[in-house]
Design a protein around this ligand. Structure first.
Ligand SMILES: *Cc1c(COP(=O)(O)O)cnc(C)c1O
Length: 391
């Protein structure tokens, strides 16, 4: 006899909030994503309260829904913008260009020119070629130099795609200055859903070294952009955000003394993640052999419908089944005809044994990197529909 199914919903949201979400979704087709703006506000306020010295540049890509962006704009947030499409959206929503940075190091020269023409003058960079584009297309702008981090300890590492090693960064600083740009600061991203707080210590010590070197070479850097990496609440535990902010503050003070340079953070996941619930339906429950060790449970959402961060089972979403009683081990998979559309096979989820085909299942903490990642009509499935939970 297996143990009873256990899932502490209250660990993620109040029972009252869950009932509101469930009732609101009742007449909606699944799969759908329900976004609770109260959580966005709470996460933003929490960061501002615990890091009052840092400017928040919300990473738009995490959840670009108009209502989310507008709320953050109203709360005073700045924005980390990655493309001219995001720029157009923010302008349409009334965000002023002074509150934006073009944070993507991979950009076409004509897009840099477009940002500049709209009034954006803060650009990320990590290569000579990119600096030359910026110097031509956005003369005299401020640039910050992204350093490479390895992403160790992160559930969704950003690998070596972005940034340069300090030796190269030092050359870039001088080159930018030579081309009439303003070398403004240094940025890094320790990897998304970073569960090892010490990664900020390593990065900040590297940044301090570059600040000192630059000063010795006649360039006073003014800003540190500490990127994202702050956690949302998934199955794998993290320290609370207050531990992150406290430790990071200590790393800052120990590297830069009491008078800190301008500090920027670019949270995406930690602001949007916990605000979302995906409501999905069980399409099928099957066994591959009479005495299979586990059941295959097929949901009407999978990797292509918005859960791509289950690649390599990297992000383990909390999944809530409503029944009680004995639990069974399951493999969870999506509805498409692609065989990679399996959500969790190694990491063993459990489901109440009495669960039936056609019942609804709730995937929690899915407010970040879901709808914006969902595919367009693969197998004919429409992109993930999102709704704002009415107040
Ligand atoms: C995606 C991204 C972020 C957001 O990271 P999270 O881990 O989701 O907070 C911040 N900065 C940059 C440059 C990014 O590309």
């Amino acid at each position: 006899m297996q143990e009873d199914y256990q899932f502490d919903l209250e660990n993620y949201m109040s029972r009252e909030k869950f009932e509101r979400i469930k009732n609101f979704a009742k007449d909606k087709e699944t799969p759908c994503l329900i976004i609770d703006l109260d959580v966005i506000k709470q996460k933003y306020d929490e960061l501002r309260t615990n890091m009052p010295f840092a400017k928040v540049y919300y990473a738009v890509k995490a959840n670009p829904i108009d209502e989310v962006v507008s709320l953050l704009h109203k709360l005073g947030s700045h924005f980390d913008v990655a493309t001219r499409f995001e720029l157009d959206q923010l302008l349409r929503l009334g965000v002023s260009p002074e509150k934006m940075s073009f944070g993507n190091t991979i950009k076409k020269e004509r897009d840099i020119a477009y940002f500049y023409s709209k009034g954006v003058t803060l650009f990320a960079t990590d290569s000579f070629e990119d600096i030359e584009k910026i110097a031509r297309a956005a003369p005299r702008s401020r640039v910050f130099f992204r350093i490479l981090t390895e992403g160790l300890g992160a559930d969704w590492p950003l690998s070596r795609k972005f940034g340069s090693y300090p030796e190269m960064t030092r050359q870039l600083i001088l080159h930018a200055k030579d081309l009439g740009l303003e070398p403004y600061g240094i940025s890094f991203h320790v990897g998304s859903q970073q569960r090892d707080i010490g990664q900020w210590s390593t990065a900040l010590t590297t940044v301090a070294g570059i600040f000192n070197w630059a000063e010795d070479h006649g360039v006073t850097l003014k800003m540190i952009n500490m990127g994202g990496g702050f956690p949302a609440h998934y199955n794998d535990p993290t320290y609370p955000i207050t531990q992150y902010t406290k430790d990071i503050y200590e790393y800052l003070i120990s590297n830069f003394g009491e008078t800190l340079p301008e500090i920027i953070i670019e949270p995406g996941r930690s602001i949007a993640g916990d605000s979302g619930v995906i409501v999905t339906e069980i399409v099928n429950i099957a066994k591959k052999t009479t005495h299979d060790l586990f059941h295959w449970v097929f949901l009407d959402i999978g990797k292509f419908g918005g859960l791509i961060e289950t690649l390599d089972e990297a992000i383990k979403y909390p999944i809530y089944f409503e029944r009680t009683g004995p639990s069974i081990d399951i493999v969870l998979a999506g509805p498409t005809c692609d065989s990679m559309d399996i959500l969790y096979e190694k990491y063993r989820y459990e489901m109440p044994a009495g669960t039936k085909i056609g019942e609804r299942v709730y995937i929690l903490s899915t407010g970040a990197y879901t709808q914006s990642y969902s595919s367009i009509y693969f197998n004919g499935f429409p992109p993930l529909k999102a709704y704002i939970l009415p107040q």
